[in-house]
Design a protein. Sequence first.
Length: 464
Amino acid sequence: MVAKVGSSRADRRERIRGRRGRLAALALAFALAVAAATSAPAPAQEPPEEDPVTAAGCDRLATFDPDHFGPVSHRVNNRFLPLAPGTQRVFEGRSNATGQVLEHRVTFTVTGLIKVVDGVKAAVVWDVDQSAGEVTEAELAFFAQDRSGTVWNVGEYPEEYPQGLFIGAPSTWITGVGDAEPGIHMPARPEVGQPEYLQGSVPDIEFLDCATIFETGASLCSPIGCFDDILVTHERSPLDGTNGIQVKSHAPGVGIVEISAINDPEAETLELVAFNRLTAGELREANHQARILDQRGIQCDEIYGETAPMIGPDDGDFGPYACGAPPPEQDPEVIVDSAPAFTPSPPAGGVAGTSAGSAATPPAPAFRAGVDHPVLPLGRLRRSVLAGHVRGAAVRVVRAVRAGTVRLAGVDAVAVDVRRTRAGRLVERSTEYYGQRADGAVLLLGRRVSAIRRGRRSTGPDGR
């Protein structure tokens, strides 16, 4: 929900990279041993893997079942975690060691949009994390309330911006995709003494969070006022290898008002400093920014690309997008963007956000308007058809140049729509964006790809 205190996605990403490296070494060892293994006796059957949730001591208070959610499951009105559209909570950091305010700000905005996750309608939260005025993470988080009143966290798409540059969203998880298991973010009737409950488990990204109802009926004063009947939860991440605990204080009718930590050397507290109700214009801008993340995630992220676009107001196509650079351990043979990496802008005005629909202006040399190269005369060649055979199947590629130009990363680019058929069936649709520098060189600035599987669009990680 709000950024974890004492738990870093960057640390998790390093663990994932280390694990992938180990898997690569194991794969190589396996390949070298295949010949010898054919003459060896069959190995004994390995015991089934232990459930990481029960191994961590967490309990599944309830079973996630889409049938347990009604048609308005996106309307989250749990007393201790209300998520009314158009509400915004702003948190600022304070060091427990010195008491001084830190340059850490988290803006948690409930949009007016809906994301259908594994058949369940979920509320869409746009969560922006800033340090020293720079956006370090912009996240879409999805929450749904079942018929009993329990609030579930059913997915997260957290874009990361180290040094202010977009690198992707390696910690993305979505219920129903891969090995992701949703968890409870707030029980319908929280009571002290309930078992520690699962908040989410995704073994593939080494994510596992558990929570305990620690206290009820507490009192607390924050910068926006004093509250009674506070509910206090203790959350932990067993896979982090630490004993750190995140303490969250929930006020009835408001939600989280303070986040602190136990056994955390940095000992940071996030305090609720503003509880805003957005104007119609501010909510429209929040919806716009959330749709930008949603569209880029569908285009650029392999996991998030399995989801359908969000539904609700303020729709539109806000692309094209430049995807983040692949991590060092990935094969870099995929299409490489000549467009500069996306750099988010810090929040401004009443709505915290990023200027995600635009990228920085490319450096010199300057670009021309349009493309007119002797070998690639896109200003004059409007349509081309390539036909042939691949492995005995007829393949046809039709390229159509759009009229006019598209503004992309500060360049007046030319868009080319491409349709690829195989054996008479459409298998891929894409749009390529080209720009021509002043010296005449033509660059591929980006490519948006929609693979067609069994007649259905499935936009995936090929979008660049």
